[in-house]
Design a binder for this molecule. Sequence first.
Ligand code: ADP
Ligand code: MG
Length: 264
Amino acid sequence: MVLGGGVPGSDEESSKVRERILRSERENRYLRRDSDDRKVIEEVFDRSTMLAVEELIARKDLGELHGVVSAGKEARVYLGEDRDKGPVAVKIYLTSASDFRKRMGYIAGDRRFGKLPSGSRQTIYLWTRKEFKNLQLADSIGVAVPKPIAFHKNVLVMEYVGVPPTPAPTFAESEVDEGDRDWAFETIRDLWKKAKLVHADFSEFNAFKYGGRDVLFDMGSAVLSSHPQAEEYLRRDVTNMVRFFRKRGIAVEEPGEVVERITN
Ligand SMILES: Nc1ncnc2c1ncn2[C@@H]1O[C@H](COP(=O)(O)OP(=O)(O)O)[C@@H](O)[C@H]1O
Ligand SMILES: [Mg+2]
């Protein structure tokens, strides 16, 4: 069953979307009890999120929505289908998340985004737009990321990485080697040099290793290098990855030296 068809925003369509989502949630391996299903669906799919999903369907940026592949505190990621039935990842930021103040620092100071929104909902919408823009920018300079497809409000649609319904393994879940180390630091450098961008949450949990290719993702936090804390975030990203590769027994220079090479 494809979700489109009814009049977007109508009660009939709304309840169809709701039914479909509830079913998706039941397929979800993270949830056990029925009461949990209800709680989560209330939390994730408030009326405005439901409307945002419907809008993406009406625009044909999204077809079917399947089960949850990741249930984080701040966002949930679903397997979906695009209009040609190809797999897509649908990332939905929770508007109920209480962490929006933390996000402000990664928005203020990035001159792409003018006046700061005052409410939590608007902040989450802006965050979603920011992740979309960051993915576009990274993609445009040849950094491997999930290709961004569309976004609306707190819902982001992008290329699915992995063999559905299983997402590709992250670095944390993979064997890594010198090639992955080189990719990580070259990617940090390319972002800095060619896109003037710092990921700001670069870690073994936000990079896939898939079919002989490394793919960076989760780019909502990324800021332009003109952001007052850009260099601090850059150093933190490098230090995280140095620590990770060393833990895996792979030789890496000191973080300071790596940063030198990236910025010079
Ligand atoms: N494009 C994608 N394709 C397939 N799976 C994805 C994709 N994006 C995210 N995921 C899955 O969702 C998880 C969390 O995604 P992420 O963007 O890191 O969100 P969070 O903000 O919760 O950390 C990933 O570890 C992966 O399992
Ligand atoms: Mg993540």
